[in-house]
Design a protein around this ligand. Structure first.
Ligand SMILES: Cc1cc2nc3c(=O)[nH]c(=O)nc-3n(C[C@H](O)[C@H](O)[C@H](O)COP(=O)(O)OP(=O)(O)OC[C@H]3O[C@@H](n4cnc5c(N)ncnc54)[C@H](O)[C@@H]3O)c2cc1C
Ligand code: SF4
Length: 495
């Protein structure tokens, strides 16, 4: 146990929070995984066995043809490799940087099983997509304009993937985004060391090059625009709202000004033009066990905090953050402590948080129970990273069926209200990953396209394959007596 932890009263009387904790902010958020150069990429590509029925491809939520794009790199065709990647995942550049590949494609790679050293698929994907984006070329052309229009709410990965796929089919898309910039959490949430050099903005620009997409920023559903108006004004609506609300701890002291929301701080950090101005505490406690908890802990440590403790209420094996991410945090000097349930935030006379008291827990017969032991950890800042929720603004009386606070969708990402699709973090069953949100947007776009064109035979074989693969045996939320293909003209507008 670290020295600064005690079992009784805190040893602080005031919170030590200040800007300028570092002498040099130059490389504080340098690239976590520097890109491969051409030679390194060729050597890495050479390690691939080009497996038949490649398990890496099955493990990828967007089903990128991984052996095919690695073969293209090996053959000296990174541009073609990028096209292979982007045809399945238009945000393949960001996913190459942020995907937890260690639990997806690289975990499934046969070389991981054989020798514990998978082909570095993520870095190869980045090599190819960077090559293409640097050339300034957009690899796809838009189909002739169909005259159909779609409203997309939210310019995050789900909304952008949906918008791009629809624009590519010739439909006209308007994205309504409440924030000043598009990109969603790619712009406001992903850790700085995963997305350097303004990559989120560059990727957004790249996506919009397809044409036919307009982004209206500063337009919030439920405030500046209403769902009914979108339903009557457009042929279809896609909701990619993400999870804007944050969960509460519901413990005493939680509202102190130095008890902070991790996601909000990360957004501030990502948008900061001068990191030296950020107010950072000396002793930090992060509460949570997922990617956001790791990201805030690492970033605050890199910004000069002396002691960063990440406290998770269950055992380490239950943490959502992968083993790789946990190791990353530990290598950065973050102390991970499990089985600590927050009980109370202790305040000084000025109402500042100066410590947090935890109850020690253990798992007994599948239940998390307090052992009776108490631990008090001094803290100048406490960051809550305990998950987010859909704030639901604008859904109001729409009648959209919800479950567990998220939007219910069927296998084609249709909501229970005809003409409205949804995807990404805001829907039930989402994996809360960039790549799965892209896949949701892609599936919804294929379904919307079919809906708009009315004629199944007008849909490309690829679109049919995507939908068939995802339909499986999952039920549809729309009644079978009202199939989506039966209306003669723009059925959604009539609602
Ligand atoms: C701190 C953090 C770090 C993460 N790191 C990773 C990572 O390393 N790798 C990974 O794979 N995943 C990561 N994730 C998860 C990933 O970012 C999300 O799964 C993904 O961004 C979800 O995409 P989305 O389009 O559903 O939602 P979002 O990216 O949240 O986008 C939703 C958009 O909708 C807008 N919006 C919301 N409500 C309204 C409204 N009423 N009107 C108009 N617009 C609205 C929002 O402003 C936002 O731009 C991280 C998440 C967080 C919070
Ligand atoms: S599983 Fe590994 S070796 Fe096989 S195709 Fe995929 S990346 Fe190549």
């Amino acid at each position: 146990m670290s020295d600064q932890h005690s079992h009784d009263r805190p040893n602080k009387t005031a919170a030590d929070i200040r800007p300028n904790r570092l002498d040099n902010y130059q490389d504080v958020f340098a690239d976590l995984h520097p890109p491969l150069d051409k030679h390194e990429a060729l050597v890495e590509a050479d390690r691939c066995y080009f497996c038949y029925d490649a398990p890496c491809m099955t493990a990828c939520p967007t089903h990128i043809d991984i052996p095919q794009f690695i073969r293209q790199i090996a053959g000296g065709n990174p541009q073609g490799a990028a096209r292979t990647i982007l045809s399945e995942n238009i945000l393949g550049g960001m996913c190459a940087r942020v995907c937890p590949t260690e639990t997806l494609c690289e975990e499934a790679c046969v070389r991981e099983a054989a020798e514990g050293k998978p082909v570095r698929i993520g870095l190869l994907q980045r090599h190819a997509t960077d090559h293409l984006m640097d050339s300034g070329v957009h690899p796809f052309t838009r189909a002739p304009v169909t005259g159909k229009s779609v409203a997309v709410v939210g310019a995050g990965p789900a909304g952008l993937a949906c918008a791009h796929a629809l624009a590519r089919e010739g439909h006209t898309v308007t994205i309504f985004e409440s924030r000043p910039k598009g990109g969603g959490l790619n712009e406001y949430g992903i850790a700085s060391y995963k997305s350097v050099d303004n990559f989120a903005a560059r990727e957004l620009e790249f996506i919009l090059k397809i044409g036919g997409i307009t982004i209206e920023t500063g337009k919030a559903l439920g405030k500046d625009i209403q769902l009914d108006a979108l339903r009557s004004g457009y042929d279809a609506v896609f909701l990619g709202l993400g999870l804007g609300g944050t969960n509460r701890l519901y413990i005493a002291g939680e509202d102190a000004e130095n008890v902070l929301d991790a996601v909000r701080t990360i957004a501030e950090l990502r948008q900061s033009s001068d990191l030296s101005r950020m107010n950072i505490g000396k002793d930090i406690v992060v509460i949570g066990g997922g990617m956001t908890a790791i990201d805030i802990a690492v970033q605050i440590k890199r910004l000069g905090a002396e002691n960063v403790t990440l406290a998770y209420r269950r055992g380490r094996e239950h943490m959502n953050a992968s083993v790789y991410e946990q190791q990353l945090a530990q290598m950065e000097g973050v102390l991970i402590r499990d089985n600590l349930q927050p009980e109370e935030i202790l305040l000084n006379d000025q109402g500042q948080a100066i410590a947090i008291r935890f109850a020690q827990t253990e798992q007994r017969e599948g239940k998390l129970v307090a052992t009776g032991a108490i631990l008090t950890v001094p803290a100048d800042q406490i960051y809550k990273a305990i998950g987010q929720k859909l704030d639901g603004q604008g859904l109001g009386a729409s009648g959209i069926e919800m479950s567990g606070g998220r939007i219910k969708t069927d296998a084609e990402n249709r909501t229970s209200v005809q003409g409205i699709w949804a995807g990404g973090d805001c829907v039930v069953g989402g994996q809360d990953l960039t790549v799965s949100s892209v896949q949701d947007g892609k599936i919804a776009a294929q379904s919307i396209h079919q809906h708009l064109m009315q004629l199944p035979e007008a849909v490309s074989g690829f679109a049919e394959a995507v939908l068939a693969a995802n339909r499986k045996d999952l039920p549809s939320l729309w009644p079978q007596t009202q199939p989506v293909h039966t209306h003669a003209t723009s059925p959604v507008k009539d609602h």
